[in-house]
Design a binder for this molecule. Sequence first.
Ligand code: ADP
Ligand code: MG
Length: 701
Amino acid sequence: MAVVGASRRPGAIGRQVVANLIESGFEGPVYPVNARTAVVLSMPTYASVLDIPGPVDLAVLCVPATEVVAVARECGEKGVGGLVVITAGFKEIGGEGADREDELLAIARQYGMRIVGPNCMGVINTEEGVRLDASFAATRTPPGAVAMVSQSGALGEAILADATTAGLGVSMFASVGNRADVTAADLLEYWEHVDSVRVILLYVESLGNPAKFVEVARRVSRHKPILAVKSGRSAAGAAAAGSHTGSVAGADVAADTLFRQCGVLRVTSFRQMFALAAALLHQPVPRGGRIAVVTNAGGPGILATDALDAYGLEIVKLAPKTRTRLQRALPPEASLHNPVDLIASADADRYRKALRAVIRDPNVDALLVLFVSPIMIDAVQVAEAIVEAAVREAADDPAAAGKPLLVCLMGRQRGREALELLRDNGVPVFRYPEDAARTMRSLVARSRMLAREAVPLPKLRVRRNDAQRVLDAAPAGWLDGPSVETVLCAYGIPLARTRRVSDPGEAVAAAHALGYPVVLKAEAPKLVHKTELRAVVTGLRNGDEVYDAAEDLCRRLRKRFKGLTLLLQERAPGHRELLLGMTRDPRYGPLFAVGLGGTQVEVMRDVAFRIAPLDGADPAEMLGSLKGAPLLGAWRGDPPADVELAAEMLLRMQQLVADAPRIQEIEINPFILAAPGERSLAVDARIHLSEDAVEPQGGRS
Ligand code: ADP
Ligand code: MG
């Protein structure tokens, strides 16, 4: 190990790194390098890495930014394996900093060295036989099963300290800084094969190369849980301004869905991240989302069930046999239903008996146990009972095994001791039911993720050339109405039959040709939301009604909107309106949206998102995840809507945007869904084209 820029000045990074290397018990030689200082921490220094007698695997650079490139070249000549560049003043400052980073990277490539950083806090590896702390972190991290990547150096330090406080040991840590070379995705690939790493934690601000990240994370997350705190906002919202899809998407939805799709559990705080990491390390992943709550106080029991319910988990009905067993063990005032209320007098023995019964219930996938310490009950004994009944005995009983147990400990009476006893036995302890419920939700999410299997895409017949011809000829901007229709039809997305005319007389003739009832709309390049201008008239029954309505539209709108066209449309027979949308996120690629549509979509905001590539099952899952999904089934005398067709429409859109990279945005709102076999139709669709093909920005993850 060489530390270039080693320093004797107290407080200097170059001194802290040398000190950390020594204190961490690194087994190999450490060579301080500094031409201006003879001795650092009692060790003689070398003027240059080239003067070091033995081989150097890793050099930590803490020299000024202007010297980094020259030092890196020397390292290359010396045959150093890799560099950790702590020095700041690179891409993050732009201008000359960016040039410097490019130069640094070129040297590394030339000599075959890998780089962590620049602008980072360093790397730590606590593994026996390595014990390397090549960072300037002030905390000593105990060894453990967690590996962490932090994009922020400053936060990295705080995360390490908090992880230690939360009782998590760290196997490896890397602060990747500007990610000139080594990225989060690289580390995931590495940790995939490191046995001591069992849970991976990420703090990321942006993903430079989402495609690589997705590919790696999707694979790794299947055998090692990956948790991420992601800050920073995606540009999706801004890019999509002017459409419903964009305005309901919110700023960060692309990153959110991207993580979910590759099995990364996204959390919103470090507290949550550590709690979940501990749960994943010590508890099994449940088979499903059916939860039992056991409590000794009614109020917290209700808080817990409310929170679980809000996270989409099921407060399961206990099996009759369980209730009989509980009845025998509990006083008559206790509640035998879920949440099982053991009431305030519950002592260790009552907890033990109740837990034995509940954990063996075949309907129960996971348990949340609450204990509010009353004066007369000993918390430590209760904790012991929990461990005995729900951990030790349960491990060997197939009816009880594989069911995670989380505990919520409220109240202070010997709480500290009880908490430690539980934690030492691998039981995650929370202070508030809400936090426990959230962790439970993530455990269940992981279980669902592991159970999911990708479904291949069906073969879709499209007329690619018909669409291409129209798109190639079209300028950037919103595609005109007839072209939108050609393109969508070519991809098998059915549109309501439409005629365009310019005056009320022609409108009547067109309406006759289409048949009644008919819908009349005004269309113009600048006219975006037609309903707001009363420019959509549905259910016109005859020529007179068409004529009057058309005349009214012309009178009100002709002056305000250049190029006003009257549009007559067959009336779609269905009742359920969907929004089908796609907006190309500049970083993450096509983002698909499906929601309960129509003119109220912004108010309802019931929209599900997913990033390309969608597999054969994604669209149906998106539809099923809507709050209003039941409205698509049989509803108030209506037969179920053709949900399968809606799902297929999303796959057809995916095909279209894959074939046509200039398409920046598609919005079909509404797609009016009818019963299977009936005419489901798009009645309002827009397509936005960019100047050139839009490929997601390359770069690093
Ligand atoms: P905009 O979104 O610009 O306000 P739309 O063309 O989407 O205008 O029409 C608004 C609403 O009118 C739709 O959500 C739908 O309820 C109804 N509508 C429009 N066209 C038709 C049609 N062809 N058949 C049945 N209903 C329609
Ligand atoms: Mg519309």
